[in-house]
Design a protein around this ligand. Sequence first.
Ligand SMILES: NC(=O)C1=CN([C@@H]2O[C@H](COP(=O)(O)OP(=O)(O)OC[C@H]3O[C@@H](n4cnc5c(N)ncnc54)[C@H](OP(=O)(O)O)[C@@H]3O)[C@@H](O)[C@H]2O)[C@@H](O)CC1
Ligand SMILES: [K+]
Length: 510
Amino acid sequence: MKNNKIFKTSDLQKLDKYTIENEPVTSLDLMERAATVFTEKLLIFFPNSHIFNILAGSGNNGGDGYVVARLLHQKGLNVKAFGLHENDCLSPDCAVNRKRFIDMGGCYIEVKNPDNLQPDENSVLVDAIFGAGLNRPVTGFLGDIIHRINCLSHPVVAIDMPSGLMGEDNGENNGAIIKADYTFTFQFPKLAFMFPENVVYVGHWEVLDIRLHPIILREYPAAYYYLTEEVVASRLLIPGKFSHKGTLGNTLLIVGSYSMMGAAMLAAKGAIRSGTGLLSVHVPRKLKEMIHLSVPEALVEVDRNEFCFSGVDNLSRIQAVGIGSGIGTSPVTAEGIRQLLSVWRGKIVLDADALNLLAADSGLLELLPKGAVLTPHPKEFERLAGKSVNDFDRLNKLSTFASLHQVYVVLKGAHTIIATPEGECYFNMTGNPGMAKGGAGDVLTGIIAALLASGHSSLDAAIIGVYAHGWAGDLVAEEQGMRGTRAGDIADKLGWVWKKMETYNMAKQR
Ligand SMILES: NC(=O)C1=CN([C@@H]2O[C@H](COP(=O)(O)OP(=O)(O)OC[C@H]3O[C@@H](n4cnc5c(N)ncnc54)[C@H](OP(=O)(O)O)[C@@H]3O)[C@@H](O)[C@H]2O)[C@@H](O)CC1
Ligand SMILES: [K+]
């Protein structure tokens, strides 16, 4: 299976060393390999007609920069390398590659004063000042250089990382950071790329496979993962030939209240498209007809209360519960949740108002069954776990919360995060801003509930559900644009996503 770990940048040296010793390969050849895949990618984004200016630092990131300069020069392109060296203390591989570039007649300009950095007009700037070796904020001469680059209107492409950005925690990073338009990063995305506050530095990013040794990639531990189709699809259970509606699970959705019936319908639509054998939708009495009409495949179960959820009587044939979309936060509903959580020890996903009720009464939190799935957006998570000072802090809070309460927390966002009770975090890679609209989260709740009911573990249901939901949203945006994307369209596109995953899985099994 393709490796999908997000290692720490400080782990890189060990991965590097193992590869060098066991492939074996020299560090110079590994640098050549990395810079070659970078150059290929660069030329896809900026084909031959461009002028390239390379901004090279003194470490191995700078070394990569000199190799890129040489490769571009060998292709006959217009390239210039700016040496940004405070002293002449270069890493050995950087020094070798600077010499190789100069010896082959490459245009090299040593910059000792930030004002002397004059990139060519219309050039693409390649940022090779710092990469994974950054260990403190960038100030002084190189800080001034970075500020200067950020004021230019040239496109900037970063090698491995935008210079100045720490791989993980930037909470105390008050130094200068390159604002790249593109970052092509080696082997795995860096944790910092996942945080909204860093998008201004990272720009559009892609991972380049530089073939670090597969054994070390497999065996070296990581707490963070990113989701790829391969990893997600292989977790999806495929119904067997003799499956029937009794074996594919009965999902109970407890959703909607008098003023929020749309949420109930959207959750039901998400569930009915996600493989549950049976779907029961529990709604206030007044709203029965709406579900019958909008999701005719669902069984409708009515609450004693006409307007909101007040409790359930019979859970005997249910495999998973989804609760929260549009239920409101009235005291009657809070009591209904208390009653539910007092008796239900099975699979459950809680969203929206169910989370707000948990946040308002920590006693309810204690009643959660082990392995429950919670799907807050950042504001709901803040109500549950308190304010965070930055994205990295929020990630730590998320992990702590999941471990403390032994639950899976799906923190919704551009890279939705799934935190496990064991301290692992999975970052989603699908989805787009067009999905940031009311109702999209309700569809997700329905999907996860249906996956739970049809036999998936909490982790698999959360991972598959989040990925599929984002993928469906991407398909809608492709057809109708982000602006035109509606939550209901996401549910409608799910069938296509499941088909893709099923086909992938069946091909693997052959
Ligand atoms: N590993 C791999 O698989 C491969 C990695 N490759 C490439 O290597 C890159 C990592 O290279 P790297 O380790 O030499 O570090 P890099 O980022 O160039 O920094 C250089 C030095 O700067 C220093 N320094 C730190 N912060 C500073 C600051 N604020 N202001 C001033 N100085 C500061 C610090 O040294 P110090 O001063 O602490 O002694 C640090 O060592 C990686 O991103 C990728 O591009 C590929 O070539 C091949 C495969
Ligand atoms: K860089």
